[in-house]
Design a protein around this ligand. Structure first.
Ligand code: ZN
Length: 251
């Protein structure tokens, strides 16, 4: 079955804008919701917030602000800000859908930086990641990392920066479930918790460093991230530790 919506961000994270047709317009709690037959928006998930941006109608240039997107009943839904005059796009309208690129690109850089952090912490210290969250340009990750200390955190920061500067390629792959489950590295990202109905597993590989099942958007090369600065670390219990970071600009 061909999906009804072209969800471009999963194949091409660099797609900022595309032409689309409005499929449905609805409202929930007074918020206008729009489904398009194609979108560049990431609907949020895996610690990465959804995109923001605009929809522009081809016929008259009318624009609507998209404050967020999310997945409802399997499809990406765009939440519009209610315009002053109440006018909404209509099913059948041809529109251009544009993500706010500076914000999205910062999220791509941040997400890839967090994977590089996971990769280093796993490879060099054998610590498992248990969760994470991000904003454009900053983020945090939680690890099962009993012996974490200030000295170690400095070492981790330097090692992550060396990996980012090494210009490692970042690849997206979609694998059949059975094949994905055969990759030992994927187990640590709890791929085994994915619902049985999911037949395809999308993975993000920082070549030579990290491989995870992941639904987010990433840069194509670690050099685009720049670097990281660890801004804090804290204990969330004897074993669980949190590392906070922010990005620094590429040279
Ligand atoms: Zn991720």
């Amino acid at each position: 079955m061909t999906p009804r919506v072209d969800e471009r961000c999963y194949r091409d994270a660099y797609a900022r804008s595309l032409e689309a047709r409005v499929l449905e317009v609805a409202a929930a709690d007074g918020l206008p919701l729009v489904v398009l037959d194609a979108t560049t928006f990431y609907p949020g998930g895996g610690g990465q917030p959804s995109d923001q941006g605009v929809i522009l109608r081809a016929a008259d240039g009318r624009t609507w602000t998209v404050r967020a997107a999310r997945r409802v009943g399997g499809e990406i839904v765009h939440e519009l800000e209610t315009p002053g005059d109440g006018e909404l796009p209509r099913a059948g309208d041809l529109v251009s859908v544009d993500v706010e690129w500076a914000r999205r690109f910062a999220l791509m850089r941040t997400h890839t930086a967090l994977h590089a952090l996971c990769g280093v912490v796993w490879r060099d210290y054998g610590a498992l990641v248990t969760g994470g969250n991000m904003e454009p340009g900053s983020g945090r990750m939680d690890f099962e990392f009993e012996r974490m200390s200030g000295d170690l955190v400095e070492e981790i920061e330097a090692r992550v920066n060396a990996e980012l500067r090494a210009g490692r390629a970042v690849r997206v792959n979609v694998l059949p479930r059975a094949e994905a489950f055969a990759i030992p590295d994927l187990i640590r990202t709890k791929v085994n918790l994915l619902p049985p109905g999911i037949e395809q597993i999308r993975t993000i590989e920082i070549v030579g460093l990290d491989l995870q099942a992941d639904g987010g958007t990433h840069v194509a090369n670690t050099r685009e991230v720049g670097g990281i600065l660890v801004t804090g670390y804290e204990s969330k219990g004897r074993i669980n530790k949190r590392i906070r970071l922010q990005l620094t600009e590429p040279d």
